[in-house]
Write a protein that binds this ligand. Structure first.
Ligand code: NAD
Length: 292
């Protein structure tokens, strides 16, 4: 039997990741402030406790998947947080998407209490996460990665050790920047096809087989065309990650014209449909503008 894990943050993404751990036979102790999310995991065989500290003390190692660096800091270092429960030598595996500065700072908080951090943001979306086929981008010590690799591989089909803490944040923010640019581009393409009188199902397949295809077109255009938009990833999360990308551009001296434009479009999307709307609803801005 492998090591036990606390899992904090059982939302659209974390719920699937924690479920994969349970399904693969790990001893998982969960906490989320949403009781319904906890119940879903308990039904699958996880144990539930009343705080991150209790979960960490019971398991000895902790994983988190939370909506913002601010929440990650509370769950890690706030009252009743992971650092109150983790034993010396325990590990914190942070699967939320953070900016580089944020994860470096949070890892330093953990390190001051004798806890090692592995950053492990993931990419591929909730549908791949549900299938255990999401990709992990890892930053941190190589030996620590090896120690927790069985758990990472129980949740993710592929993992890439990128370098020290902060390096996974950089690649993760880059991949999301690309994904949001691709989403807006795919939306513009679909709208041109629609207004040009094309059959949209046929358009979808023609683009998949073309030089203009992208992972985002393949996996998200269908959600736009069928009107569900349900990608399990919100406008607020998109704006969080685009903010990290734009700050990285400034920090590294790289002009990011496309990302800046896409960020402005997502700000419009949030204003129009709210921060908890699915990120794919960004295409509705164009549909509304064209009046279809
Ligand atoms: P989510 O909002 O669906 O889930 C967050 C969960 O954290 C919720 O269940 C919420 O109740 C819980 N939570 C909030 N504050 C808490 C607290 N103080 N204590 C305990 N639990 C608390 O978000 P998500 O979509 O699952 O995303 C989580 C992270 O993963 C984000 O950093 C996001 O950028 C990243 N991510 C998401 C996806 C995706 O497709 N959804 C893909 C890759 C990365």
């Amino acid at each position: 039997e492998g090591p036990a894990y606390a899992f904090i943050g059982l939302g659209h993404l974390g719920g699937h990741l924690a479920a994969s751990l349970v399904r693969n036979g790990f001893d998982v102790t969960v906490f989320d402030r949403d009781p319904a999310a906890v119940e879903r995991l308990v039904a699958l065989g996880a144990s539930a406790v009343d705080s991150p500290a209790e979960a960490a003390a019971r398991a000895g190692n902790a994983i988190s998947c939370l909506p913002s660096p601010k929440v990650s800091e509370t769950v890690l270092a706030g009252p009743g947080g992971l650092l109150e429960g983790l034993p010396a030598g325990g590990a914190w595996i942070e699967m939320s998407t953070n900016g580089r500065d944020e994860i470096v700072r949070l890892a330093a908080l953990a390190s001051a209490k004798g806890i090692e951090t592995l950053e492990c943001p993931v990419t591929g979306g909730v549908h791949l996460a549900a299938a255990g086929k999401i990709t992990a981008l890892v930053g941190g010590d190589g030996a620590l990665y090896e120690r927790h690799r069985p758990a990472i591989e129980a949740m993710c089909a592929k993992s890439f050790l990128m370098g020290p803490i902060g390096s996974a944040a950089v690649i993760k923010v880059i991949t999301n920047m690309l994904a949001f640019i691709h989403l807006v581009a795919a939306g513009e393409a679909l709208m041109l096809a629609k207004q040009g009188g094309l059959d949209l199902a046929q358009t979808y397949h023609a683009i998949v087989a073309s030089s203009g295809n992208s992972f985002v077109h393949e996996t998200e255009s269908q959600l736009v065309l069928n009107g569900s938009y349900d990608i399990g990833f919100t406008m607020d999360l998109a704006l969080k990650d685009l903010g990290f990308a734009l700050r990285m551009g400034k920090d590294f001296g790289v002009p990011l014209d496309l990302a800046a434009r896409v960020n402005a479009i997502f700000e419009q999307g949030k204003e129009a449909y709210g921060g908890s709307a699915w990120s794919t609803q960004i295409v509705k801005l164009l549909e509304d503008a064209v009046g279809t």
